[in-house]
Design a protein around this ligand. Structure first.
Ligand code: ARG
Ligand code: ASP
Length: 717
């Protein structure tokens, strides 16, 4: 009884402080102004300068943008960094073959000499960021027309970036925030020699596979290790055997204390993209058109890839990364639809819009600036619907649906430039195409891709109105169409490694013509042309108009919320999200605990099911209870925990940091019931999923016997 009253009291206190809801991805430079007080109230012991500073080493110096869309963090003073297994997946896969199958068996460099180089992979450290709105939007009283405005903005951005790169020393990026109501400059240092140090077998790093992806309870050991190398003087450099491990100026100490319920958590990383300020009509379209369309297209593709992969281990390796990538968003979209419906997101947005309207109606100036916005959205989104459907189909099917057309699309730009190339340039392109061809065909299985091709293109032709389908195809009857499409596919040089490479090696005018007269190339051109003529002009025009209205809408929302701090949508720049370790209630009568254990892995174990096939060595350790210092107070190995940090794609690999600034976990996913957080955050159900850092250490030490790596880390008891 007393317990119940205390609980009730706590709930009242918590809900009274509405700001304790953990929504938001905040700018590290503005924490001092907006967030740090609240963070400290929640338990955080450090200062805003400890997180971000340009004058002293701060947490930000330990964080990298890993590759094109993940986060990683340094965990030693020798450039060792940890990210997710799924972020390193592509590289692990590229080093894998049936003989040397690192995906299945894992990979551990037992010395620095054994670390593997990864051409194309780089990491970026943020040197500093700054608000450059006044330098980008330079007009004052007389406002130029829109075209002129954009020209001025582009020129200003270019000038700012040019200056900031300091003759190539840095990478600089000016990015709009709040739909272009503000601009920030980001200056990075980029390191291009990043080597693979270790990765657990997929049966650990991807345990639960696509079945458990986006779900709790989760048991994935989703981590991999890399090392940054520099030249002898410590400068960023491309790969060279003479390079040395980076001398990191900041790295994260690792806590063995683990994550207790309600502990403060800070996620520091690179969230990719969110859309928190859309109008109701846009959300409605996502729920009822865009997401379902994309899901249905990928349903077809995944069924075909899945069946092929099951039939042959070589195909499983070839398509592992592609399957995971295709399945990932496919599953998220389904969770998103469900979550948005359950939240009644459209209705909630409508309520907000009616508040907005009342606010607008309070003054004539507001009416003039914002009075038309909601009507404009309505008209524009209604017009956009058919074009955005065609656009989704194009990008899901023609652009990224099949291997063969992707090769066409990648070869095409070279062919176009051929006429203007001198011998040297031709030689260079030849080399590039040879590299492309090798990596492409390594992971290409013709019968599989052929099935995908037929299934997807039929869907395209069947589902879209005639005007969006190339005339030649829309006229053909179904039986004839299959035959026609298959003939194209089978005759193409883009589906035949030998023929493709032969043409590349004799890369002359005639070869170019053969490429360009190839039936698949022609088919590709037909689709591109139909899109260019019948979809793109309206699509581009309407989305551009929507962008303009959205910019004004955002401005209005910001004015309306002067007393409430807003965070800008994610845009793959460094952000801080804070919350706490907590479980949640996914549905009536069910409560999810905030952590999982090795016990749960053993419960899921099933050698018959690929995703749940626990390695023998892990079972052995489990049976011997050889847990060392990695067990919790109950003698259990914890695998994952959940927390209430507002995260999104790109936050994968982000450090989850405790109140003392130590690493307690590596972020890698979100819970199914909360995947709508990219559009609307629900503090009751949105949870990020984190690998307990102790599980990573346990795997490195006890499972892989690579304990020497722990020597360079700072592990705090
Ligand atoms: N859902 C996580 C994210 O969006 C993990 C994806 C990788 N795992 C997978 N089974 N496909 O990146
Ligand atoms: N798994 C995602 C990533 O790769 C994270 C997320 O969407 O929550 O970044």
């Amino acid at each position: 009884m007393i317990k119940g009253i205390i609980r009730l009291l706590i709930i009242c206190i918590l809900s009274g402080q509405a700001a304790l809801a953990n929504e938001g991805m905040w700018l590290p430079t503005l924490l001092k102004k907006y967030n740090i007080e609240e963070m400290q109230k929640m338990g955080f012991k450090l200062t805003a300068e400890d997180i971000y500073s340009v004058n002293q080493a701060s947490l930000k110096d330990a964080i990298v943008l890993f590759g094109r869309g993940c986060t990683g963090e340094l965990i030693s003073d020798k450039g060792l960094l940890i990210t997710n297994h799924h972020c390193g997946y592509r590289y692990i896969q590229q080093h894998s073959s049936v003989e040397n199958d690192y995906l299945t068996n894992g990979f551990w460099a037992m010395s620095q000499q054994e670390e593997l180089i990864n051409p194309g992979l780089s990491v970026k450290f943020l040197k500093r960021m700054e608000d450059v709105t006044d330098r980008v939007i330079t007009w004052k009283d007389t406002i130029p027309d829109r075209i002129e405005q954009e020209k001025i903005i582009d020129e200003n951005i270019e000038a700012i970036e040019r200056e900031a790169v300091e003759n190539g020393k840095y990478v600089a990026d000016v990015k709009p925030l709040f739909y272009g109501n503000q601009y920030f400059l980001y200056i990075y240092e980029e390191y291009k020699d990043v080597r693979l140090v270790g990765a657990p077998p997929s049966a650990i790093g991807k345990f639960g596979g696509d079945t458990d992806n986006w779900m709790w309870p989760r048991h994935t050991g989703d981590f991999s290790l890399f090392r940054i190398y520099t030249d002898k003087d410590g400068n960023p450099a491309s790969y060279s055997p003479d390079n040395v491990p980076m001398k990191s100026k900041k790295f994260l100490p690792i806590s063995l204390k683990g994550a207790q319920e309600n502990d403060f958590t800070l996620v520091f990383g690179y969230p990719g993209s969110t859309q928190e300020y859309l109008p109701s009509i846009a959300v409605d379209q996502i729920i009822n058109q865009n997401d379902p369309d994309k899901v249905a297209i990928r349903d077809l593709k995944l069924a075909i890839l899945g069946a092929s992969m099951k039939s042959d281990p070589a195909i499983r390796i070839q398509y592992a990364s592609k399957y995971a990538g295709t399945s990932n968003s496919w599953k998220k979209w389904q969770g998103e639809i469900m979550g948005l419906k359950r939240l009644k997101a459209v209705e909630r947005k409508k309520e907000f819009e009616s508040d907005f309207t009342s606010w607008v109606n309070q003054s004539e100036t507001r009416k003039k600036s914002y009075g038309d916005i909601l009507e404009s959205f309505k008209g524009l989104y209604e017009q956009l619907a058919p074009y955005s459907k065609a656009n989704d189909y194009y990008s899901e099917i023609v652009y990224r649906g099949t291997d063969a057309l992707q090769l066409v699309a990648k070869t095409n730009p070279v062919l176009r430039l051929f006429g203007s190339m001198d011998d040297k340039q031709i030689e260079k392109s030849q080399k590039a195409l040879t590299v492309l061809s090798t990596s492409h065909f390594k992971d290409y299985h013709k019968p599989t891709d052929r099935k995908v091709f037929i299934a997807l293109f039929n869907k395209y032709i069947n589902d879209l109105p005639k005007e969006f389908v190339p005339v030649k195809l829309s006229k053909l009857k179904k039986e004839k169409r299959d035959k026609y499409l298959l003939k194209i596919y089978d005759k193409s040089v883009f589906t035949d490694q030998q023929k493709y490479s032969d043409l590349v090696s004799t890369f002359n005018e005639k070869a170019k013509e053969i490429f360009q007269n190839d039936p698949l190339f022609k088919l590709y051109e037909m689709f591109v042309e139909t899109r260019t003529l019948n979809v793109w002009p309206n699509y581009a025009h309407l989305t551009d108009s929507i962008k303009q209205v959205q910019k004004r809408y955002m401005k209005g929302i910001m004015e309306m919320s002067v007393n409430k701090q807003l965070f800008p949508d994610a845009n793959l720049t460094l952000r801080v999200a804070y919350g706490k370790v907590e479980g949640f209630q996914p549905k009536d009568g069910v409560r999810y605990r905030h952590y999982t254990t090795l016990e749960g892995i053993m419960q899921k174990d099933n050698p018959e099911i690929y995703d749940y096939d626990v390695p023998d060595r892990l079972k052995e350790i489990y049976n011997n209870k050889d847990y060392g210092r990695y067990a919790d107070d109950n003698g259990q190995i914890r695998v994952c925990f959940s927390a209430s940090n507002h995260t999104t794609g790109g936050n994968s690999g982000s450090p989850v940091i405790n109140a003392e600034g130590q690493l307690i976990g590596v972020n890698f996913d979100r819970c199914w019931e909360g995947t709508m957080s990219d559009i609307m955050f629900d503090p009751d159900r949105c949870r990020n999923i984190v690998l307990d850092i102790r599980y990573a250490l346990f795997i490195i030490d006890k499972f892989a016997g690579a304990g020497y790596l722990l020597d360079e880390m700072e592990i705090v008891d």
